[in-house]
Design a protein around this ligand. Structure first.
Ligand code: PEP
Length: 643
């Protein structure tokens, strides 16, 4: 149920982020204009230069798209879910402000593809925020679509795609998908006529006025039969002037062929005269509303070709028609027809070059993971196979006991975190700390490298149990593990097998992984009763679990006579009893479960004896007390797995 909820939330968020990131990236200038609208509404319009707003536009759309991809593929689940939540909190507050004060009419969250009112946007964000909370609460419930080792391919491929092939390409040429009312195929004549008849159309602000007399010639231009070139330059002062000769050449061509050519701008007469002096432009200039011009074409200047009042071609100044293309009349050339790359062709391009490679990669990755799993499974059931424990998780866990005040504990955890980030361990690493450290350490610990755990939890769910800390409380700090059944708790706090049974159940109910300690005293060892003791301890507290739940338990064999005494069980002694423990697990749950159970050794384990202990086939790591209190000592034991 929880898993289903998290994954539905993940999918809905991922699809929304991918779509909204994509439609923004496809039109970086449109997103830039929207950012400028926001800044103006906040009174900052004149303070932020254009290159910054344009960079913010590309960055914003790229980030949104990439977060969606990360959620979809479950890449860096914990980090991504936190970032998504932070962004959703910010966006919900921002859109509440927008809906309340209405400084701009449309928030632009889906570019021009889908225009929502400010209140619609706010409620949409409330829903997305709720989904983000679900994903943030249980990020590890999202199964990965692709193995961790291949995630970089998806991440880099998607990043290059959205930045280079979508955003920068759209910026250099024109948006590959045009959601505005002036897209190729739009019938401006018909739209304008409807507007004149009083109908509601998006062309209300479209007009063309001569510069000298201020005469409205919109009707004349749109009703002109055949071809008309419109050079669109919202602001000549900021227009790109690298293609001036090309523009003059196109104007010469249109005059020779008798096609009308106008330059539509919102610039002042002074700016027009400066442009004419600088470029030698002979074409007529007309005035049009600047926002309309920015909507017509995302290029300054850009060129548009109308045929019978219908938009049939649009060019950015970076991709104007070549000289060879403008030799014959438009009626006889391909240029005079609408381009063949229709919307379905573009969607097909997207599917072929973006979606398909990712789907193929995912299938290949899953097949590879499956075949690896099969190979391991086959190995595992071969009784002669000495590499059984490859399937088991190797762990080195620290038990700080009642040592370290908060400041010292944080310093130790930070040192360990940095050390292991720089030199990745070859095994799972866990630190189990006093309760008071947990929440602070969970804030910075990279739990992909070091798991965090408590040393105990209560045997009651909640209520009037002064001084106790429940499993739910432990979990809420961000910890994932808990040590239960440690001999010090059994001996000094009289924790019986029944009490421990309750604790195990509560810990598992709260999704904590239990490191369950067993082990005999010196007298018991001397009386040769060690096997009997560990068996009784398992039967008393964990053999009641279902197979599924037992699989989540890590066993720690700790002979009491070796704990904190400096006396270690020899590697042979330890191996003998580990093998016995595994055999009774096999009796209870079957060989497969026994082969998969991690059994740690604990008791005066140090960097000097760890390699010999860990080399034994049934010893899967250690539970470390004293030697876990110094980063260097603990690291020495962790490194035993590299030898
Ligand atoms: C322990 O208490 O779990 C333990 C193994 O302690 P030490 O390593 O200090 O013997």
């Amino acid at each position: 149920m929880k898993k289903a909820a998290v994954n539905i939330a993940r999918l809905m968020l991922a699809v929304t982020l991918i779509l909204s990131g994509f439609v923004k990236a496809v039109d970086p200038l449109g997103t830039q204009y929207k950012i400028q609208d926001y800044l103006t509404a906040m009174g900052l319009g004149n303070f932020v230069p254009d290159f910054l707003t344009l960079s913010a536009s590309v960055l914003l759309s790229g980030t949104e798209f990439m977060l969606g991809i990360c959620l979809l593929f479950a890449i860096r689940r914990r980090l991504v879910s936190k970032v998504v939540l932070a962004i959703m909190v910010m966006m919900t507050l921002l859109t509440l402000w927008l809906a309340w004060t209405e400084p701009i009419h449309d928030c632009g969250c889906f570019g021009d593809a889908l225009v929502l009112t400010n209140w619609q946007t706010f409620w949409k964000n409330v829903i997305l925020l709720a989904l983000a909370v679900i994903v943030w609460r249980w990020p590890l419930e999202m199964p990965r679509l692709i193995s961790e080792s291949n995630q970089w391919i998806v991440f880099n491929y998607s990043g290059v795609f959205i930045l280079l092939f979508v955003a920068l390409r759209s910026l250099y040429t024109l948006p590959q998908f045009d959601f505005r009312p002036y897209h190729i195929g739009a019938d401006l004549r018909e739209g304008w006529q409807k507007m004149m008849d009083g109908e509601d159309t998006p062309y209300t602000d479209f007009f063309i006025e001569t510069v000298d007399e201020g005469e409205d010639i919109t009707e004349q231009v749109l009703n002109s039969e055949g071809y008309t070139f419109l050079l669109i330059a919202p602001h000549l002062e900021q227009a790109d002037d690298s293609q001036l000769d090309e523009l003059n050449r196109i104007y010469d061509y249109s005059s020779e062929q008798g096609y009308p050519f106008y330059c539509l701008t919102a610039s002042s007469e002074k700016a027009i005269t400066r442009w004419q002096d600088m470029t030698g432009a002979e074409y007529p200039f007309c005035h049009t509303d600047d926002i309309t011009l920015k909507t017509v074409i995302r290029s300054n200047p850009g060129l548009m070709l109308l045929k019978d009042g219908k938009v049939i071609r649009k060019w950015s100044h970076n991709a104007l028609p070549e000289e060879e293309e403008l030799t014959e009349r438009l009626e006889d050339s391909g240029l005079g027809k609408m381009p063949s790359d229709s919307i379905p062709t573009k969607i097909l391009w997207l599917l072929t070059w973006f979606v398909l490679p990712l789907v193929l990669l995912t299938i290949a990755d899953r097949l590879w993971a499956w075949s690896k799993w099969l190979r391991k499974k086959n190995k595992k059931y071969n009784p002669l196979n000495k590499e059984k424990r490859i399937m088991r998780k190797k762990i080195v866990a620290g038990n700080w006991k009642m040592n370290m005040n908060l400041q010292d504990g944080i310093a130790l955890a930070k040192e360990l975190n940095e050390t292991l980030k720089a030199d990745k361990p070859n095994c799972g690493v866990v630190i189990c700390t006093p309760f008071i450290h947990l929440a602070s350490i969970a804030q910075f610990l990279d739990q992909d490298i070091i798991g965090l755990g408590a040393e105990n939890c209560a045997d009651k769910e909640k209520g009037a149990f002064t001084g106790e800390v429940s499993a739910e409380m432990v979990k809420s700090t961000g910890a994932q593990y808990v040590i239960l059944g440690h001999s010090e708790r059994r001996e000094y706090y009289k924790e019986t097998p029944e009490i421990l049974k309750e604790k195990v159940l509560l810990a598992q109910k709260n999704d904590l992984k239990v490191i369950f300690c067993i082990g005999e005293s010196l007298e018991e060892r001397e009386a040769g009763k060690q096997n009997e003791v560990v068996k009784a301890e398992l039967e008393g507290s964990v053999f009641n679990l279902s197979e599924e739940d037992f699989r989540k338990i890590v066993i720690a064999y700790e002979p009491i006579w070796a704990i904190g005494t400096g006396k270690t069980a020899t590697a042979e002694q330890a191996e003998e009893i580990h093998a016995y423990i595994r055999s009774i697990i096999a009796e209870k749950y079957g060989q497969a479960v026994a082969d998969d159970t991690t059994i740690l050794y604990g008791g005066s384990c140090k960097a000097s004896n760890a390699p010999e202990l860990f080399a034994k086939p049934d010893i899967d790591g250690g539970l470390i007390g004293g030697a876990s209190l110094k980063a260097a000592d603990f690291k020495g034991i962790i490194d035993a797995w590299k030898k």
